[in-house]
Design a binder for this molecule. Structure first.
Ligand code: FES
Ligand SMILES: [Fe+2]
Length: 335
């Protein structure tokens, strides 16, 4: 098993293939559906540079659209969450209702050929699975098919009963696949995460590959905020358990050499009394996540320097890396 060639991480042409074949052609986790609970609530974000938003309409239905005005392409809603009665384009003031129908075009003037009903917002796929909201710019397969083995993996976990309490946003200068390669192996734990290493029985750290999912488990030796199970799902989301909670993340590329992580922290106990405990879990978890950034960014530079030819992967620890890389090659070769 050989590592992926460095050009996959540094070539802007590969990134353009990935945007189309991976990110705009798969279901992307945006967060809990509770973020868009009431009519007019929206959540706007980018998926590998494609602006999208999910919104709850007047009748209570959830929909998702391109965050792109049909007139001359302006962004309609700022990234983040909010609530609106109508969707008003900031550029020339076109107004859409919450179902994406163009309602008004102030000052446009008379044009007998123009019928506002022909210019609704571009709707995209939206599904809610166990309280989690997913959207898909193009739908090439159902969400269930993409989720694969994580459906069974989480069947006994009460994930929809947890409450989102905190979010974190992190940006670093490395290709999204360098971070993913790193996430799906525990081989680097002794070198990069000494405290984590001390807290688990590393000789029993296990990585297994499933349908669109990599599972890592380890017995805990001493008190660790993690529960000893970490999941990564194709193409770019993760879920890790704590006692009484979990986090999820979306690994979103900002370019071929820059990546953001959108973390959501969920807990069973969302009370004020539990705030200090939650804060401690989040702080310790963020520290582990940030420990990975330096090695990812320096590896990115080495890949870009011409100084690296693909090395060999550990059959014991890096099966997840190999599976992810093979799947990626297969998917982008299709475009
Ligand atoms: S671009 Fe939206 S109204 Fe002109
Ligand atoms: Fe790590």
């Amino acid at each position: 098993m050989q590592n992926l060639g460095p050009a996959y991480y540094t070539d802007p042409k590969v990134y353009e293939q990935e945007r189309r074949a991976v990110f705009w052609n798969s279901w992307q986790l945006l967060g809990p559906a509770s973020l868009v609970d009431s009519p007019g609530d929206y959540l706007a974000t980018e998926i590998a540079g494609a602006k999208v938003f999910a919104i709850r309409d007047h009748l209570g239905a959830l929909r998702a659209f391109r965050n792109v005005c049909r007139h001359r392409g302006a962004r309609l809603l700022p990234e983040g969450t909010g609530r609106c009665k109508k969707i008003r384009c900031p550029y020339h003031g076109w107004v859409y209702d919450l179902a994406g129908v163009l309602q008004r075009t102030p000052w446009f003037g008379n044009d007998p050929d123009f019928d506002r009903h022909n210019w609704p917002l571009g709707e995209i796929g939206l599904e809610v699975w166990r309280g989690l909201l997913f959207v898909s710019v193009h739908e090439s397969q159902t969400l269930d098919v993409q989720l694969g083995d994580v459906i069974g993996e989480l069947a006994a976990e009460p994930i929809e009963t947890y409450t989102l309490t905190d979010q974190r946003h992190l940006v670093f200068d490395a290709n999204w696949k360098i971070y993913t390669d790193n996430f799906v192996e525990g081989y680097h734990i002794p070198g990069i995460h000494p405290e984590f290493f001390a807290a688990v029985d590393y000789q029993y750290f296990e990585t297994t590959v499933h349908n669109n999912m990599v599972r890592m488990t380890a017995p805990l030796r001493k008190d660790l905020f993690y529960r000893g199970k970490w999941l990564w799902m194709w193409p770019n989301w993760t879920l890790s358990f704590f006692d009484g909670g979990m986090n999820t993340s979306r690994i979103n590329p900002l370019g071929h050499g820059r990546t953001e992580l959108l973390y959501h922290f969920y807990f069973a106990d969302a009370s004020d009394a539990g705030a200090a405990l939650r804060e401690e879990v989040i702080t310790r978890n963020m520290a582990v996540i940030e420990e990975d950034f330096e090695v990812c960014c320096e590896t990115q530079k080495n890949y870009a320097s011409g100084g690296y030819t693909p090395g060999v992967l550990s059959a014991h620890h890096e099966r997840g890396v190999y599976w992810f890389q093979e799947k990626l090659k297969e998917v982008i070769d299709r475009v």
